[in-house]
Design a protein around this ligand. Structure first.
Ligand SMILES: *[C@@H]1O[C@H](CO)[C@@H](O)[C@H](O)[C@H]1NC(C)=O
Ligand SMILES: *[C@@H]1O[C@H](CO)[C@@H](O)[C@H](O)[C@H]1NC(C)=O
Ligand SMILES: *[C@@H]1O[C@H](CO)[C@@H](O)[C@H](O)[C@H]1NC(C)=O
Ligand SMILES: *[C@@H]1O[C@H](CO)[C@@H](O)[C@H](O)[C@H]1NC(C)=O
Length: 392
């Protein structure tokens, strides 16, 4: 499945199909199952020579399975009886199986809440285990035109009553072409990616100025590994003062270009219509090996099989929200964090015309000419993203 040749092929397919010409995206809820007791959303993004599959689900902790295939007609198959049984291994597969070039998965495992308890350090409240949430039916949130859906849930048992007025949600947006999201943090996307927005709304904090920490995990098949990369953003027009872009890259072990990614800016927002001043600092912890220590959702065991624990690498990462401005959530009771996930190389900002002109004024002309020169080179390299350069 993850043979080196296949991985090289993936890069070639993506370069040829998705980013340039776009994809036809369709969404299907619980394909082949007439019940809304569980949530499984299949997003299929078809290009001229390949297709990408995303399987979002709340069977177990919220997760997404990403599969790249070298066939425009590859299809997802689900044996529901088996999927909902105690032995789900083999219940999810792609037809034809040999069209699969690469598979990976992301799981949102836990939400931690803590507050500074001076002088004792951090005081943690009981953890919200996302595999023990009860989720609304995603079916009525599906928008086949906007290509959006929302998975919303609350803890199955909530002794503190913190969720009596609130909920946690994962909002999915799929894309047929390249562009930039409107609301902050205005992430760039391509047809090879989808955006996920994590939203905590109305949930009562259990401490004074307490902060939240989201733990996520990736499942990577043999032949590839995840790495956390932090880049300084050179584009500061869309998210002023946010200079860091973090990417969790899946790379082949022999080290060529990325196979898949999660990418986000180092900020979350404390408002449903975010403005710059609603920013909440977002930090990533270290990436840790987590084989055996994290339960893998049934929907992923259904695809990767029972040997997942030994044949795949499970890595976990904590993303924390708030810092010095830990009071923002206390006041607003709203937290939104956006992340792009997809295949291949993540999209990267280029210098925007505004930044160039400001720099030109600040640095004086000779340096600006130099800078402009390097911009042109960058722009030429990144031509496929040029359509969403601002017009001014
Ligand atoms: C689905 O799985 C069950 C249990 O493993 C099996 O008995 C059944 O034949 C499978 N159905 C199909 C259509 O493959
Ligand atoms: C629930 O929300 C309503 C309206 O926003 C608010 O008036 C009320 O105080 C909230 N209750 C709790 C327990 O937070
Ligand atoms: C919580 O914070 C507020 C404002 O900072 C403060 O007035 C209050 O005493 C704090 N309460 C506790 C229990 O620490
Ligand atoms: C995330 O933070 C929690 C609480 O401090 C800790 O128990 C857990 O091991 C951390 N996970 C990772 C992957 O660092």
């Amino acid at each position: 499945m993850a043979a080196a040749a296949g991985l090289a092929l993936l890069a070639a397919l993506l370069a040829a199909a998705g980013a340039e010409r776009g994809r036809k995206v369709s969404m299907e809820y619980n394909p082949g199952w007439n019940s809304s007791s569980v949530n499984l959303l299949h997003v299929r993004a078809v290009g001229p020579e390949d297709s990408l599959h995303y399987v979002w689900s709340s069977i177990g902790a919220p997760s997404v399975l990403l599969v790249a295939t070298q066939s425009p007609s590859s299809a997802l198959r689900v044996n529901w009886t088996q999927l909902l049984s105690p032995n789900p291994a083999g219940a999810i597969w792609i037809e034809p199986p040999d069209s699969v070039v690469y598979s990976t998965a992301v799981v949102f495992t836990k939400l931690f809440e803590f507050s500074e308890a001076k002088p004792l350090g951090e005081l943690f409240y009981p953890t919200y285990d996302l595999s023990e949430f009860s989720w609304d039916s995603l079916n009525h949130t599906l928008n086949h035109t906007a290509l959006t859906a929302e998975l919303r849930g609350v803890p199955a048992t909530d002794p503190s009553g913190a969720f009596s007025n609130g909920s946690l949600a994962f909002r999915v947006t799929a894309y047929e072409g390249s562009g930039r999201a409107g609301p902050l943090p205005s992430l760039l996307h391509t047809a090879d990616s989808s955006q996920l927005e994590f939203v905590l709304a109305g949930v009562a904090p259990r401490g004074n100025g307490s902060r939240f920490l989201l733990q996520l995990a990736t499942v990577e098949p043999a032949g590839a590994a995840r790495r956390l990369r932090a880049l300084s953003s050179i584009d500061d027009e869309y998210t002023p003062s946010i200079f860091q872009v973090l990417s969790l890259l899946a790379e082949p072990r022999n080290g060529s270009s990325p196979l898949a990614f999660l990418q986000w800016k180092a900020t979350a927002y404390g408002s449903p219509s975010p403005r710059r001043e609603d920013g909440i600092r977002c930090r990533a912890g270290g990436l840790r090996q987590a084989n055996g220590s994290l339960p893998v959702p049934a929907v992923l065991r259904a695809y990767f099989g029972d040997t997942l624990g030994s044949s795949c690498t499970v890595s976990a990462l904590n993303v924390s929200f708030g810092g010095e401005e830990g009071q923002v959530y206390q006041e607003k009771r709203y937290l939104s964090w956006s992340v792009l996930l997809g295949f291949g190389e993540p999209p990267q900002d280029t210098f925007s015309p505004l930044v160039i002109s400001i720099t030109a004024v600040a640095l004086g002309t000779p340096l600006a000419v130099l800078l402009l020169g390097s911009c042109l080179v960058l722009l030429a390299q990144r031509r496929r993203y040029s359509e969403y350069e601002p017009i001014n």
